[in-house]
Design a protein around this ligand. Sequence first.
Ligand code: GLU
Length: 498
Amino acid sequence: MTVRVRIAPSPTGDPHVGTAYIALFNYCFAKQHGGQFILRIEDTDQTRSTPESEQAILDALRWVGLDWDEGPDVGGPHGPYRQSERMEIYRQYAEQLVAQDQAFYCFMTAQELADEREAQLAAGEPPRYAGASLNLSEAEVQAKLAQGLPHVIRMKIPTEGLCVIADRLRGEVEIPWDQVDMQILLKSDGMPTYHLANVVDDHLMGITHVIRGEEWIPSAPKHQLLYQYFGWKMPELVHMPLLRNPDKSKLSKRKNPTSILFYKRFGIMPEALLNYLGRMGYSFADEREMFDLESMVESFNIERVSLGGPVFDFEKLQWLNGEWMRSVPLEKLWGSIQDWAINSEYISHVAPLVLPRVRSFSELFKAATPLFNGYPDISADSFEQGDEETLAQLQFLLWRLEAPGAWDKPRIETEIKTLAEQMQLKLRAFMPPLFIAICGSKNAVSVMDTMAVIGPDLTRNRLRHGIEVLGGVSKKATKRLEKRYQALNALDEGDTGP
Ligand code: GLU
């Protein structure tokens, strides 16, 4: 048997370090067994998927040094590798399960489902689909279909007993069937859900091992049952421990940068990032800390993955990166630094901002600091008024700039001006805290230009850093700020609305 593994990211945002982490373990497993590593894009959620996000995921994975044998850009014998191009495949499988009486048409409306849910919650029961359409007769179903009533296809799920899932790292995992909902397989618009498309594609693409994050364990019973219904052999399951923030919560961008592009922009070497991800939940028998991809493949052993939640600690990553910088030949290091930001492309953006402020080469470095450093060297005292309003201002701007869209000076300017107006602040009052958070000083190159040049990932994280330096925003305070932010924007819509 040839080992075939895959990663199946959904292109709905920035390329996440968690994707590279799972990709790395899949890659090592495949290469160690002389197998193939496949990249499949799961873009069935058409409202959230974007081609930009897909491209960024591909670029980021290549940047860290992981290459795939089959995928949307390189092709392969089992394509297409983008689920949106495989739509006609899924319906026929959903219909097959209806014909086999293992799935059924469900005609419940959104309102009926919401009412059902509310009644269950009121009765202290866990909300679930109660099975109203389960017992419709064939004639009733045909009549409803003939009327053109909107419908979905749901899979049948046993109501009692235990589902036992075999996981390579965890042994047998038991999940009571009554905790598993009658999953929608095909949505009313004819789109498959993740569960159907994932199982069908893993089968058609000959996947032998599914190595993915542990957040998918609760979905495994549905997948296992689908394999049984179709009469297909199920791939072996390996659920990896999730990456954690230092406080052990699930890795989140509020507490830790999560985008690979941030680490690239910060000046982390791809080898160091990959090395660090390799250490997440994994250790070499000889406990060495530094290793490259090749040696990880050579001595890889999936059984050595430990299940205690691995903590992704940026401080440790920076330490390791320093070790990498010192260990590679100077020529290679210089090449990496050039790729990072010492190249004519980047300098062409920096020069117009810096040149008007200097009289000699020796003044260049100080003036250009905001365009090259990671986080500015600031403390709460750096902000003239480190009060709640300053915090609110930085947080609101961060939320505005987290929305997807173009990243250029006109947009940044519009976001800043709109927010200042909403908060009834003159730009003269609005700008100083921004200068501190982004440039580290009020007396610096243009802050809006700096944000445009350093890009979205570093900008957003400098804002987060500024918020942290000012004491951070607790969960409770976030709720308060969210309300105020919504009110500001609602007001705005009212003003400019028709
Ligand atoms: N599309 C899923 C994700 O975004 C894939 C999960 C899986 O590997 O089955 O993570």
